[in-house]
Unconditional design. Structure first.
Length: 82
């Protein structure tokens, strides 16, 4: 059985909704939509693909940080889910 906590629809902060669309949605969906946004806007670092260069909308999700790595991104996004 899949991890039900990962699949449970969560409420999103308005900052996160500005990037991935209206919630509620499961964490797995949030992460998928974040990557769609990152790729569409060319925000993945060319030198190091694990790094994300935040635009203004993502900076609000990333606590003001201009660059985060994938693992840090997951942790920061969690703060916007409830």
């Amino acid at each position: 059985m899949p991890n039900s906590a990962f699949m449970k629809p969560m409420s999103l902060s308005s900052e996160l909704e500005a990037v991935v669309g209206k919630g509620p949605m499961p964490r797995s969906e949030v992460v998928k939509k974040l990557w769609v946004y990152i790729k569409k806007n060319g925000l993945q670092d060319a030198q190091n693909k694990r790094n994300i260069n935040a635009d203004e909308s993502l900076k609000k999700v990333f606590g003001g940080k201009g660059m985060v790595n994938m693992f840090e991104m997951t942790k920061l996004v969690s703060k916007h889910l409830s």
